[in-house]
Design a protein around this ligand. Structure first.
Ligand code: HPA
Length: 277
């Protein structure tokens, strides 16, 4: 058994010793969505510290625990806090929580994040649903011996962001009067924000929003056959698009302000995922 798979199974055992809850939907909460738990009928919470070997985030605003419960009638597991590659963890640790949630039973992965917008029609506070991504600026989490128990060596990436889930999210946004943008998200490693020249490069490549998470998780989840969707909160215009320097505080403040609308979109969409489960 590979070391990575062994560690994953150790974490699974550790969680299963605390709860037998079986989630159908896994939700990763990005910046600003930390208090989403208020919208969940909570059954059980597990602090990441209590899972042996589990990677723990060091970023302010990313405190870490799994929340198990119900969004309306849908059983979910919510990640309050995630680790990022820039924190120094191996990429296999960055995607361990995603893999773990699949092993716990989740069939759908709902990824959320904060990003910088490149598309000139975007403004701070907009939401962008991911239609596709660019992964080649971050390490691929599947590099190394393939874990055959999880998935195939060469996974197809044609339909990573599930069409049915996207349709539901679009319908919910339209019903709720939320202006939902769509586009391509690129993950860079961070932790420095991009330079204006890098932003110009990314725009040439067709990128609409850029951030420091999500894509590696989507790759690992796709490898395991999960249905995936993602929404990014565009917290700022990317470097060089305005005169202002970028700060983490500004990103956090924009994410916090957008949170009520973001939560509505999340809750109403997840509630309708029974249609595809
Ligand atoms: N770049 C990368 N990540 C981000 C940004 C950005 O401009 N804003 C929020 N997360």
């Amino acid at each position: 058994m590979s070391e990575i798979y062994e560690k994953l199974n150790g974490c699974l055992k550790s969680v299963r010793a605390k709860t037998d809850f079986v989630p159908q939907v896994a939700i990763v909460l990005g910046s600003g969505l930390g208090d989403y738990a208020n919208d969940i009928k909570v059954e059980c919470e597990i602090d990441y510290h209590d899972i042996e070997g589990f990677p723990i985030s060091t970023v302010p605003g990313h405190a870490g625990k799994f929340i198990f419960g119900y969004v309306n009638d849908i059983p979910v597991v919510c990640m309050k806090g995630r680790v990022h590659y820039y924190e120094g963890y191996p990429i296999s640790d960055v995607v361990l929580p995603t893999r773990l949630m699949k092993l716990l039973g989740a069939k759908i992965l709902f990824l959320t994040n904060a990003s910088g917008g490149l598309n000139s029609s975007f403004k701070a506070g907009d939401f962008m649903m991911l239609t596709d991504h660019i992964s080649c600026f971050a390490p691929n989490p599947l590099i190394g011996q393939n874990i055959d128990e999880l998935g195939t060596r060469f996974p197809d990436m044609t339909h990573v962001y599930d069409e049915d889930l996207r349709k539901i999210i679009e319908e919910v946004a339209s019903k709720e009067g939320i202006d939902l943008k769509k586009g391509v998200y690129a993950q860079l490693t961070g932790p420095s924000f991009e330079s204006p020249a890098e932003i110009r490069m990314l725009r040439t490549l067709g990128v609409d929003a850029v951030g420091m998470s999500t894509v590696v998780e989507a790759i690992a989840a796709n490898h395991m056959g999960m249905k995936i969707c993602g929404i990014s909160c565009v917290c700022n215009l990317a470097a060089g698009m305005t005169d202002n320097p970028l700060t983490h505080d500004e990103v956090q403040a924009a994410a916090n302000e957008a949170a009520p609308k973001f939560k509505k979109l999340l809750t109403e969409s997840v509630s309708r995922f029974s249609e595809v489960l």
